[in-house]
Design a protein around this ligand. Structure first.
Ligand code: CA
Length: 227
C-alpha cells in the first residue's frame, strides 16, 4: 500500500513517514503543494494524506484540481485545530475524511485503514446533519463543538436517523433495523419512544435548531428545521 503525505512541516512529515513505514506502508513525502500535485498526477497511491496549510498552492487548491481531473484516490486532509470551515470546505471539495491537528497517531492509522477498506465498498465514514456530526470510525458524536455522550443503542438509533435524514422513519422500521426484531408479538413502540426522548434530550435540548422531530401517527424525522 502506497501513501503520499503532503506536508510542509519537516518534523510532522518525518514523524508521519516513520510511523507509517513502521506499519509497513510505502510512504512518499511531498513538502509543497506543487510537489504533491505533481506526484499525485504522475504516480499511483492508495491514500493521500494532505495538509491544508501549505505554502504556495494550498491543500484545497491541490484537492480541487485533482478531483476536477477525475482522480478517485481517497484523500485524508489534515487541518488546524478547530478550523471547522476548513473541514467543511475540505469535505465539499472532495476529501474523504479529515483529522484535526494535533492528532493521535493511532487515530490516523484507524482512518487510513477505514479509507483503504472503503475503497472497495464505498462506505461513508462520517454522517452529518447541520452541525451534528457522527464519526463512524471513532464513534464520536459532536453537535457543534460539544461532544454528545450516547449509549450504544442511542448511537445506533441516531445513525439510522442520520442515514435516513429528511425521510420519515416509522417505529416499525426502527424495530426491524435498529432493534433487529423482524417479527415481534408485542410492539416495541414504548421502548422506542423512551429511547427517542433520551436521544432528543442529548441532541437537541441545548440547541436552538432542533433536528429530531416526531411526526404524529407516523414516526420520526431527522432534519434541520420543522418537519
Ligand atoms: Ca502545514
Amino acid at each position: 500500500m502506497r501513501i503520499l503525505v503532503v506536508e510542509d512541516e519537516a518534523k510532522v512529515a518525518r514523524a508521519l513517514k516513520e510511523g507509517l513505514e513502521g506499519e509497513h506502508y510505502d510512504v512518499v513525502v511531498a513538502q509543497t503543494g506543487e510537489e504533491g500535485f505533481f506526484r499525485i498526477n504522475a504516480e499511483v497511491f492508495d491514500v493521500v494524506v494532505l495538509d491544508l496549510m501549505l505554502p504556495g498552492r494550498d491543500g484545497i487548491e491541490v484537492l480541487t484540481t485533482v478531483r476536477n481531473r477525475g482522480l478517485q484516490t481517497p484523500v485524508l486532509i489534515l487541518t488546524a485545530k478547530d478550523a471547522v470551515e476548513d473541514r467543511v470546505l475540505g469535505l465539499d471539495t472532495g476529501a474523504d475524511d479529515y483529522l484535526v491537528k494535533p492528532f493521535a497517531f493511532p487515530e490516523l492509522l484507524a482512518r487510513i485503514r477505514a479509507l483503504l477498506r472503503r475503497g472497495r465498498t464505498d462506505q461513508v465514514l462520517r454522517l452529518k446533519a447541520g452541525d451534528l456530526e457522527m464519526d463512524l470510525v471513532t464513534r464520536r458524536v459532536m453537535r457543534g463543538n460539544q461532544p454528545l455522550d450516547l449509549t450504544a443503542r442511542e448511537f445506533e438509533l441516531l445513525e439510522y436517523l442520520l442515514r435516513h435524514q429528511n425521510q420519515l422513519v416509522s417505529r416499525e422500521m426502527l424495530t426491524r433495523e435498529v432493534w433487529k426484531e423482524p417479527s415481534r408479538a408485542t410492539p416495541l413502540d414504548n421502548v422506542i419512544d423512551v429511547h427517542i426522548t433520551r436521544l432528543r434530550k442529548k441532541v437537541d435540548q441545548d440547541f436552538h435548531i432542533k433536528l429530531i422531530h416526531t411526526v404524529r401517527g407516523v414516526g420520526f424525522i431527522l432534519r434541520e428545521g420543522e418537519p
